[in-house]
Design a protein around this ligand. Structure first.
Ligand SMILES: [Zn+2]
Length: 391
């Protein structure tokens, strides 16, 4: 994009229409341009340090003159005299017509049998010590939703310092660094011996756990307690193909989720099981019928909602779509809880399986990715922001 030059600027209604040397044309509203003025007194509009106040702008602001300088800068002199300059590259990168926005939308790579047969595995010590390997791991989690690491130390203090490199550790009512061992004194179902079918964690929060990290400290020699991972986007896309109407009903209605511990917390959230962006791309899932609460949706949708929900949960039990393995001491797995479902087979009460887990917020994960790109002098990725299970 950097080499594309600006060859024409003309007024078209309430917009400035620009044409580029590769024949691309797109328009910017006057108010959008004025609001994004980058002059010294207005400030930089995308860094959180601008001083222009929209509340004081005239919504009907109009240019007095526009001109292109050296095919690389658009100059706008506004009625009243204020002057703005925009670089051609910056304007092109901000284009907000449908095609440009669609091109910037992040598209994850769905899992398939090949991926399941050899999921990404990296060396913990490399990722922990080498910035390039670390960034590759972040990209892997962004693109596929999960990455395995092998060769970590097995001490109980191993995971927290590593997680802190990705983002601040999120504390919750369950704690900060949590132990997955059979312990009936703990509240979480993770601390009982029962099998857990694949689910996403804590959909009853307004913002569910983002990036989850599991670290295996000890394993059960009987083989009990195998871990299961599934691509929630893959099964949701499968549902969309099988039952487009059901998929649409699931994504346009909100599912109630609740987790109540008397006199401690009562967490309730109501969000779609499948979140989509404005182009219909899946951005997040909340799949966990253990904490589903009664739905309250338009009565006409109820039968189809149940049909689609049941099918989605059946797909979440499809063994052919699972990665299943027994984590070994020193293994770490990192995954996006807004996409990847996790579960496990039964534990044994006498077994020694011991995982620690930690959660990091997704916004921090993406921030770390961008800063890592800057430190390595890499070009920033096409906006990799994952919108998550929020809409
Ligand atoms: Zn200005």
């Amino acid at each position: 994009m950097a080499s594309v030059s600006l060859i024409r600027a003309e007024i078209d209604g309430a917009t400035v229409a620009l044409t580029w040397s590769d024949d691309y044309s797109t328009a910017y509203h006057f108010i959008w341009l004025r609001d994004n003025c980058r002059c010294e007194s207005c400030g930089e509009p995308s860094t959180g340090r601008r001083s222009l106040k929209l509340s004081a702008l005239d919504l009907n602001v109009e240019p007095d003159r526009i001109r292109i300088e050296s095919e690389s800068i658009l100059h706008v002199t506004w009625v009243g005299g204020h002057e703005s300059q925009f670089s051609a590259v910056w304007l092109r990168n901000q284009a907000y017509d449908d095609a440009s926005r669609r091109a910037r939308v992040f598209s994850p790579v769905l899992w398939d049998d090949t991926f399941r047969a050899s999921p990404p595995i990296m060396d913990f010590r490399s990722v922990d010590s080498d910035d390039t390997a670390f960034l590759d791991m972040l990209y892997t989690v962004r693109d596929h939703g999960l990455c395995f690491l092998k060769g970590a130390m097995t001490g109980a203090g191993t995971l927290a310092p590593f997680a802190e490199k990705i983002g601040f550790i999120q504390e919750s009512n369950f704690g900060r660094v949590q132990d997955l061992v059979v312990d009936h004194n703990k509240l979480s179902v993770g601390n009982r011996a029962i099998a857990l079918k694949p689910h996403t964690d804590e959909p009853y929060r307004a913002s569910p756990s983002g990036i989850l990290l599991f670290h295996c400290i000890d394993t059960d020699l009987t083989g009990a307690g195998s871990s299961i991972f599934m691509d929630g986007f893959e099964i949701a896309e499968t549902l969309r193909v099988e039952d487009p109407e059901g998929f649409a009903v699931l994504s346009r209605n909100r599912q109630m989720f609740r987790r109540h511990f008397a006199d401690d917390v009562d967490l309730i959230a109501e969000f779609p099981v499948v979140s989509e962006d404005e182009f219909g791309n899946i951005t997040g899932v909340r799949i966990n019928d253990r904490v589903a609460a009664p739905i309250s949706i338009t009565p006409n949708d109820v039968p189809v909602y149940y049909r689609a929900m049941q099918r989605l949960l059946q797909l979440a039990e499809d063994e052919e779509k699972m990665i299943r393995l027994t984590l070994q001491p020193g293994d770490v797995v990192i995954f996006d809880n807004h996409r990847v479902l996790h579960g496990r087979t039964d534990l044994t009460v006498t077994g020694k399986r011991w995982l620690q887990w930690i959660q990091v917020e997704r916004g921090d994960f993406h921030s770390t990715m961008r800063i890592s790109e800057d430190r390595l002098h890499r070009a920033r990725s096409n906006d990799p922001f994952l919108r998550g299970a929020y809409s």
